[in-house]
Design a protein around this ligand. Sequence first.
Ligand SMILES: [Zn+2]
Ligand SMILES: [Zn+2]
Length: 314
Amino acid sequence: MLLILSSIILALSAMASRFTPPTRAQQLAAIGPTAALPRPLQRALEPRDDFQPLPEPGPSDWLANHAEVGQTFDEFAGSLPNRPDNHRGKLYLQPLGTFNESDAPSLDPLRRFTAAFFMMEVVVLPPADLAQNHITSRRNPWTGQSQLLTGDILNALTARLPKDAFVLLGITMMDLYPDPSWNFVFGQASPRDRVGVYSFARYDPKFYGEAPATDSRKLMLRRSCRVLAHETCHMFGIEHCVWFRCLMNGSNHLAESDARPLHLCPVDLRKLQWSIGYDVVERYQRLLSFYREEGFEDEAQWLEKRLRFIAPRE
Ligand SMILES: [Zn+2]
Ligand SMILES: [Zn+2]
């Protein structure tokens, strides 16, 4: 009996800690050989000690509850993901419903961030009228808040996908649900149709009845930038990251998401660069000016340090 009990306990603890942080050799193998790449890109892919290892997941964290094997650069490139080109080279953002100055992230900083992050032209479309697009809504039985049905939104977006769009992403301050039996969903996408929809509602402290913090505008913008960049990277075929602490780490709850950095680890930076073909130095410089303007000090300092290594001034 005791033996059975102790083996059950062993099995349970093995389940809870099935994530083993990768070794440096595994991290480098996931990045892949870089000798043939241009010098600045090669340096941008050198981790040094600028990328933190993932901590052991706590019981409610993503990696304790989802078995992620990780996607190497080679696996990504071999999966023949969607890539932007001259005909389908723009990122479109479609606001759904209203974005109030008081509680929503401003659309212009969101656009500037997305343009710098992906080094692509970003177009913010005029807000769409929900009724005109036949989008079903309901009042959530638990929170009492209005919610939109994601399937209807994805259908409406697919029908109006611009010819030159790489992707069309709906963004909204309304809460979402994917099916009447669900409580809510943060977002949903159909990468094959190149459309997705994401809600910022649950990133607003007010959603949980908390008083707005002094820097709540900055917090809201930062959270919105993070979710938009993370989800848009998924549209490029980039999967969740297990190699380093990275924008592409999965997250199970708000605290875990808040702890994610805004930058990509070398494995995912290489994937995005391969897809888009941007200049890594120019991209970091554009992001750096955005972070300085918006007061994202930690990210600005991190980028300054990386830039000193990647492109040292002679
Ligand atoms: Zn994700
Ligand atoms: Zn990563």
